[in-house]
Design a protein around this ligand. Structure first.
Ligand code: BGP
Length: 472
């Protein structure tokens, strides 16, 4: 036992994150149909218990009280996303919505009044359906409409936002919409996905270009879901498999968005298999080169473990990253069985050290990390509070490795948990609960969990006691 207080840097950002589609609810401001609403109307059974994004956590009606809950749970910063569909209720373009401007201005002003920094993300999986009909991220017109939306947000909220983000997990919609069938419009076509990915990166660069022209305070960056990749063994075939998986899932967005260049090995591989996008120009590449992220959000949930393929590829089937590797189930791994994700706390350290050593130690923070648990009412005490000791342990065990990375020079400025109040998890709806605050879906009653009380103490003390012998 070697207990000591792990102190975090001064003014460390303690907070959490969520997104518009997952928490706001539709409300009465006017809002265009999103791809999630469209998909629900077409296939409601794809969503857990048939719960849609119509109401979610009803933040749009309850934000003033929710800000008080942020304070009570120790937030000095909070990430929201601004809904493109709400800002442009005609389908993502034309006239901006005064009611949406009023809502976000009031929310951000009140957060600032309470000392909670606003981290504003511009895209969190919530494409207006009308924009999807135009081709979504495969379309240059949609990129331009998105740049217009972003610029409008800079103009209306630039005085209230602390840091900006061009997108949350841009890899997610590519995997979900073009490879793995978990986002609308459920296409399986790598080459089209590569085009959409390229235009997502281009949109990021174009927005950063506009941001710089406006000379706003704060920084602009991107939030990426990154998993350190581990080969099953040091067998060269396993190592090669891990290297390719890492190119597809980690370096694909990290390199162009932070360094301004796509990894050459990935480009060569896609060229060989004729999967490069058709539409890209030297002007696009110059824009990407010149306009890179100024700050990086790291979403960390699980490691990626891979091994060499054990079976031959079916070349008649669609091209997929899995042509080059198989996922490895490591014997003895610790699991969050509710979500099916491995829990590997040291991965947060590995990730931060990768950013320190290979990406110029860019200013970064943990923008998501968390544990979704089903049926949390099992853990309620008589007063109705969820006693989620497992979440407190999860947070502490990850923070200890984050602390270690900071001791070793990683430029990490904060930690945001996923999430604040239980919110809507896409097709999982309200199956797994992630919040510091529980939500009664029938009444919308909010109750701070034990982890919410812990988080307040953590933030007030800017650290916590931990047995450092546990760190390897
Ligand atoms: C991240 C997303 C979040 C959130 C979280 C938890 O990838 O950015 O929107 O949903 O994962 O995942 P899930 O809700 O699918 O359990």
């Amino acid at each position: 036992m070697n207990k000591q207080k792990l102190n975090f840097p001064e003014e460390f950002w303690w907070g959490s994150a969520w997104s518009a589609e997952q928490a706001e609810g539709r409300g009465e401001t006017g809002k265009a149909e999103t791809v999630w609403e469209r998909w629900y109307s077409e296939q409601p059974t794809r969503f857990y218990n048939r719960v849609s994004s119509e109401i979610t956590t009803d933040h749009i009606h309850r934000y003033e009280d929710d800000i008080q809950l942020m304070k009570q749970t120790g937030h000095n910063s909070f990430r929201v996303s601004i809904s493109w569909a709400r800002m442009f209720p005609n389908g993502g373009e034309r006239a901006v919505n005064p009611a949406a401007i009023a809502f976000y201005r009031d929310l951000f002003s009140k957060m600032n009044q309470e000392g909670i920094k606003v981290f504003a993300n511009l895209y969190h999986f919530d494409m207006p359906a009308a924009m999807q009909d135009k081709g979504g991220w495969e379309s240059r017109d949609v990129v331009e409409a998105y740049v217009h939306f972003a610029t409008t947000c800079f103009d209306h909220f630039g005085d209230l936002v602390y840091h900006w983000f061009t997108s949350n997990e841009p890899l997610g919609p590519i995997l979900g919409s073009y490879l793995e069938d978990f986002h609308y419009p459920n296409i399986v076509d790598f080459k089209r996905g590569a085009q959409a990915a390229f235009f997502t990166v281009l949109a990021h660069a174009k927005i950063i270009e506009r941001f710089k022209e406006k000379k706003l305070s704060g920084k602009i960056g991107v939030i990426l879901n990154l998993s350190p990749t581990f080969p099953r063994s040091q067998n060269p075939a396993d190592v090669k498999a891990a290297e390719i998986a890492d190119l597809f899932y980690t370096r694909s967005f990290l390199d162009p968005m932070v360094k301004g260049e796509f990894p050459q090995k990935l480009v060569d591989l896609l060229r060989k298999y004729e999967q490069l996008p058709n539409d890209y120009t030297s002007e696009d590449l110059a824009c990407i080169k010149e306009n890179t992220a100024q700050i990086l959000g790291l979403n960390y949930y699980e490691p990626r473990r891979v091994k060499a393929r054990m079976s031959a590829v079916n070349e008649m089937g669609p091209f997929l990253p899995e042509w080059f590797f198989e996922n490895h189930i490591m014997p003895g791994r610790k699991m969050n069985e509710y979500r099916g994700w491995e829990i590997y706390e040291k991965g947060i350290y590995d990730l931060c050290m990768d950013i320190k050593n290979n990406y110029g130690n860019i200013e970064a923070f943990i923008s998501e990390n968390g544990m979704g648990v089903a049926n949390e009412e099992r853990f309620m005490d008589e007063a109705g509070q969820v006693i989620d000791e497992y979440r407190i342990d999860f947070i502490k065990d990850h923070l200890a490795y984050l602390w270690k990375a900071i001791q070793e020079g990683a430029n990490i400025k904060g930690y945001h948990l996923w999430t604040f109040i239980d919110c809507w998890s896409w097709i999982n709806a309200y199956k797994n609960r992630y919040g510091l605050v529980s939500l009664d879906l029938d009444t919308q009653k909010r109750t701070i969990k034990k982890s919410g009380e812990f988080y307040k103490q953590l933030s007030d003390e800017n650290g916590f006691e931990y047995d450092v012998d546990y760190l390897v």
